[in-house]
Design a protein around this ligand. Structure first.
Ligand SMILES: [Zn+2]
Length: 101
């Protein structure tokens, strides 16, 4: 039996562990763990509701390592966080309206 491949880069995994972004687990390889990389969607979700000013500063190394790996800028990351927040707000508004009928 083997753990699933690293969910970031696809290499052999060293195990499944909890993400530093919240209560979710992923399979990571040694390199991604050592670099501080995170699964892109988990990073986006973990930053939901936060801004560069309100996030915990100790997470900056995860942002840097993850953006570098996925070839994204930090601005692109925060734009995706804002888009997720907007999409969720729109979804909740539609659900609220649907329940008023
Ligand atoms: Zn990896």
């Amino acid at each position: 039996m083997a753990y699933p491949k690293c969910e970031i880069c696809g290499k052999e995994s060293v195990g499944v562990c909890c993400s530093c972004m919240g209560a979710i687990s992923h399979s990571y390889c040694e390199e991604c763990l050592n670099e501080g990389r995170e699964v892109w969607t988990t990073l986006i979700g973990g930053l939901y509701g936060l801004t560069k000013k309100t996030m915990h500063p100790d997470i900056q190394f995860v942002i840097d390592a993850t953006c570098k790996f996925y070839n994204k800028t930090e601005d692109e990351l925060w734009q995706e966080v804002e888009q997720l927040e907007k999409d969720y707000d729109d979804y909740m508004r539609r659900e609220w309206e649907r329940n008023q009928e």
